[in-house]
Design a protein around this ligand. Structure first.
Ligand code: G6P
Length: 607
């Protein structure tokens, strides 16, 4: 979603802002803008479309000593130059970039208009510079706080005033904001990717906090002006991790990183002597874990599919009843929180508004909520009662791939831990660890056959509709396969339980609707084979993802993608990889914007 960058210091402000915005592109956006100031008035440039379009319109001589930039993902008002950020006050002396939604903007706007303020855009955000203008009496921080006091909704903002050289004020309520500390320079950004090429020292702002920066220092306060001492943290990853490293797209790179990212998710967490797992961040003793009678997992998008795999694992291996819910649904249905139910929220970004609000609702009711997240220092890990980082490294492509397999890996670890406290024997635990460790090299094998999947993608990407069908623990993988395809290639696809086919989707089957069947070597294999035959007998085309050497499946399917043999619970980690590659190659062949698909955002920070 929207991205923010702010800078004050000796470097070329325009360059720092444009570079920062480029690094934020992955979040998804539809327009971009910058505002800089040197010794004269504010120069504000904004443009619908890509950053390169904006860059092309920045006159060569434009620069400044401080400034702000923004990538917009439209919520209020259509996508055009005027609605892009930064937004200005009436006199063009104050500029503001805003992430989030101001829910009471209509009332505020009406009042400001009646007081003589004139608005240029249709956005909710524009009320902020006008409110600051109204309250400004020489102190920007004070005016910002007065303005923020009137807002209802969510925001991460950065503001500048022409009369306050090299000073920026940032504030957060529901949308992330991070301060970057440099040498005689300071940065504000919606996420660290925007500033990591300049500094690794950061301070994460909490809701209700305001920060004022100049090149030589910063001050963090709450809304009542109380100073807040903040911890400076060090970003642990390197700039190279957010570069493409020779791959055509971030998504391709991230698919190929999976053998490594899965190993990182396991690293230091397997206990071979006890045949169990250690997950220190849970903040729970074995006795606490023994008291867990149920697990509820809450998530959105791809993370929801990982949560569904987690449910199958926890029930089958740890024998603990488990439910999974879409976070946006859970929040508004007044969820019942039962004693001894352990809650997980799963989120790659740790910022998804639906999931964050669901977590807060559960915590308000007294639930213990653990996070399974990737982005270190993001809101969910900071507010949850404990959790597990998946350590995938930055995931830049909007379509999630390596985070999915690492989230699942964490569920394997947690199921092993809980299972070993219940009825999973030492021997079974040992075998489980061996199987889990055999996954990365098996994924390497699948990746080495990427070219054959490319050929399949070229053959099939002209079709308009697809069905993805799996059963049991691979049913959520079928859903994930369908999601990947629709997200990045814009081909319509549905993921279903293969058994459910006969209850409706079979009506869609003809020679123009191919079906992708996931056929692992498991207890449901024969039933899936029957489902495949049902499709074939209706002239449907079948692409099967099956185990190497499965001749029966090969005979039925029109096309076959082979995966190595592994024991039953681990197939999701193998089966999903061809789905990711298939979606990727279809999207590339169709000329889609693979890493930044239309209308989508990497981290959805509004409801
Ligand atoms: C967005 C992204 C998806 C992602 C979902 C949940 O919709 O486009 O790729 O799966 O949010 O994100 P989270 O960061 O909470 O896992």
């Amino acid at each position: 979603m929207c991205g923010i960058i702010g800078y004050c210091g000796p470097k070329s402000t325009v360059q720092v802002l444009i570079e920062g915005l480029k690094r934020l592109e992955y979040r998804g956006y539809d327009s971009a803008g910058v505002c800089v100031c040197g010794d004269g008035p504010l120069t504000c440039l904004k443009r619908k479309g890509k950053i390169r379009d904006l860059q092309g319109h920045v006159p060569a001589a434009t620069d400044g000593r401080w400034g702000i930039g923004h990538t917009r993902w439209a919520t209020h008002g259509e996508v055009n130059d005027v609605n892009a950020h930064p937004h200005l006050d009436c006199e063009g002396r104050i500029a503001v970039v805003h992430n989030g939604i101001i829910e009471n903007f209509a009332i505020l706007k009406e009042k400001l208009q009646s007081e003589g303020h004139s608005f240029a855009s249709e956005t909710d955000s524009e009320v902020i510079p006008h409110l600051i203008e109204k309250y400004y009496a020489g102190d920007l921080e004070e005016a910002v706080k007065k303005a923020l006091g009137l807002l209802k909704g969510t925001y991460g903002i950065v503001c500048m005033h022409v009369d306050q050289p090299q000073l920026l004020v940032g504030a957060r309520c529901g949308s992330p904001l991070v301060l970057g500390i440099g040498n005689e320079e300071m940065f504000l950004a919606s996420d660290v990717t925007a500033i990591i090429s300049h500094t690794k020292q950061v301070v994460y702002l909490e809701d209700g906090e305001v920060v004022t920066i100049t090149p030589s220092g910063y001050r963090t306060t709450d809304m009542r002006d109380q100073e807040i001492e903040k911890r400076v943290e060090l970003i642990s990853w390197e700039l190279e991790e957010i570069e493409k490293a020779g791959f055509a797209h971030f998504m391709e790179k991230e698919i190929f990183e999976q053998p490594e990212s899965i190993k990182r998710a396991m690293s230091g967490r397997l206990d071979h002597d006890q045949a169990t797992a250690h997950l220190g961040g849970l903040n729970m003793s074995n006795r606490d874990l023994l008291n867990v009678e149920r697990v509820r997992i809450v998530a959105a998008g791809t993370s929801f599919h990982a949560a569904m795999v987690g449910m199958y694992l926890l029930e089958s291996l740890a024998r603990v009843p488990c439910t999974v819910e879409i976070s946006s649904e859970l929040r508004y249905r007044n969820p019942i929180v039962e004693r001894n139910t352990l809650h997980f929220v799963v989120s790659q970004s740790g910022e998804t508004a639906d999931t964050l609000y669901a977590m807060r609702e559960l915590q308000r009711k007294g639930a213990t909520v653990l996070g399974i997240c990737n982005v270190v220092g993001s809101t969910i890990p900071r507010e949850s009662d404990g959790g597990v980082y998946i350590h995938s490294g930055p995931e830049i492509a909007v379509a999630s791939t390596k985070a999915f397999t690492s989230q699942i890996t964490v569920f394997y670890l947690f199921s092993l831990l809980l299972g070993r406290m219940r009825d999973l024997s030492f021997e079974a635990g040992k075998r489980f660890i061996q199987d889990l460790q055999s996954v990365p090299p098996k994924i390497e094998q699948i990746l080495s056959r990427s070219r054959s999947i490319l050929a399949l993608a070229e053959k099939y990407c002209c079709y308009k509709d697809f069905l993805f069908l799996g059963r049991g623990i691979n049913y959520p993988v079928a859903m994930e396969g369908a999601l990947k395809l629709k997200e990045i290639s814009y081909i319509h696809a549905e993921g279903y339980s293969a058994a459910e086919l006969k209850h409706g989707p079979i009506a869609l089957i003809n020679d123009e609707t191919p079906s992708v069947f996931l056929v692992p070597e498991d207890s449901l294999r024969d039933k899936i084979i029957s489902n495949m035959k049902e499709v074939k007998s209706r002239r449907g085309r079948v692409i099967a993802v099956a185990v190497e050497g499965d001749r029966e499946v090969e005979d039925i399917a029109d096309d076959l993608i082979e995966v190595p043999r592994i024991s039953e619970p681990f197939y999701p980690l193998l089966m999903v990889v061809p789905m990711q590659l298939m979606a990727y190659h279809c999207a590339v062949h169709l000329g889609r914007d693979v890493d930044q698909p239309r209308n989508l955002a990497k981290s959805v920070t509004v409801e």
